[in-house]
Design a protein around this ligand. Sequence first.
Ligand code: GLC
Ligand code: CA
Length: 555
Amino acid sequence: MIKEKDWIKDLVIYQIYPRSFYDANGDGIGDLPGVLQKLDYLEELGINAIWFSPVYRSPNDDNGYDISGYQEIMEEFGTMEDWERLRDACKEKGIRIIMDLVVNHSSDEHPWFLESRSSRDNDKSEYYIWRDPLDGHEPNNWASAFGGSAWEYVPERGQYYFHYFSKKQPDLNWACPRLREEIFHMIDWWVDKGVDGFRVDAISYLDKPRDFPDSTQPPQPDGYSFPDTLAGRPGTHAYIREMNQRIYTPRNVLTVGEVSAPTVEELGNYVRTDREEFDMAIPFVPPVVEIDTWSPDKLRHDIEESYEALKGNGWWARFFSNHDKPRQVSLYGDDAQYWEVSAKLLAMFLHSLPGTPFVYQGEEIGMTNVKLPSIEDYNDLDTINTYRQSLLSGMTPEAALTRARLISRDNARTPMQWDDSEQGGFTTGTPWLKVNPNTAKINVKAQRQDPHSVYQCYRQLIALRKKSPSLSRGDMTFLETGCKELIAFTRSTPGEALITFHNFSGQELTIPDALLSAAGEALLSSYDREGGYRGPVLRPYESVIFRVKKPKPPQ
Ligand code: GLC
Ligand code: CA
């Protein structure tokens, strides 16, 4: 049996989307000096690792997920010296650094691609995926994840290149050994620079079917179909293992794979310890699917299933939010009447689970979705594509805008709300994406001063996890409450046990007597502002963490 990395179990990982975190020079774009200035804030919150969404050189078609220089820093974010200063400051505070690693594709402005596209027989000719036209058309009917065909024609080669994401994100050809060597070299270089881990982007698509068969999926409104033979191919797993054996394991770096894995079995293929691929995974679920299918019952079911499948042979990344999802309090909680208690409930639930918790910037103050006035105000290419496809399918512009707003990744990307001023204290200039007007009410400054804020709840949870072995290491057992919206479970080690109850509804729900008899001291409650837990009837979105009563010593 391969030894699990133990240190990853003590992390609480804070995700920074640098563009939207803090702008230190007033150009409207968040930057690395901005992160440095806010490091004390993160230390006060208690997190001990930061995952940086990409900070590399990029023309920003997909906000940094299209890299044109893997060993350079995006000009708008600062310089390599800024990154090094930030690294040193993190090290001093004991904060681990996790970098985003985007190696399924590069930017079409990367020098490799510029050379690859120039002719059929240049030095980098094989670094990307090129196919001849089929009867004068694209090689197959595949859709890109961001709309349109997944193929783009290049006259210099008389060929199409494959791009699963935007046409400015050509897929790298992992079948080319020289390309793999370049990538491994680059990863090693970052480890040498002091990086502690990587969140590995869109990693389920590395290996492509040689013959690119047409997809059998129903077409999108624009006529192209999502591939049905791309994610999780055996060849992809082989490439991941190669990366692991070459770098991740020997250098003891943390890896979090962002994977497309609709079943627990597929998830296990990436994270079971004996697979030697990733330490943990972020399964990607398209927001539309999540919005349509999510329920507390499904949440519980999914957690229980993956817990059973991986306990003792894997580990879990725990997150409700990231830069690709609507805001959690809007999606799973109630961002109106029960905004504060439901934001706390989601935090208390997530931080009680086995696995490593992730906090996405702004989540710790309960930031919500935004309704920008027009489609022109949105930046995210996925949002714009959804809008376009909705129009093509016959929706009115109003309906298309409503839908785009609902799924938009920009919900998570509006600037961090530091204070109640017009630009939320994010910038002295004009922000690249509008600030949510509710910064007047929801902001860091107010919540740091308020002992009962969402922010304080996160601080308490993170502190509790640090001193509770059952939260960081313990077993989990779900308890039957007789009600789908009331989720209860225990966490226990031989020396400590906790029992938690979470009312995922806007109604009052009663904890069954049989379960309540185990509950001792209440440690944390989402109703702390109202004096905390007060009885078996849980209020809307009430969440409580108790110590389990110590059995009475025999008389
Ligand atoms: C991942 C990223 C997302 C990006 C995509 C393409 O899903 O999280 O933001 O658009 O990969 O790189
Ligand atoms: Ca800036």
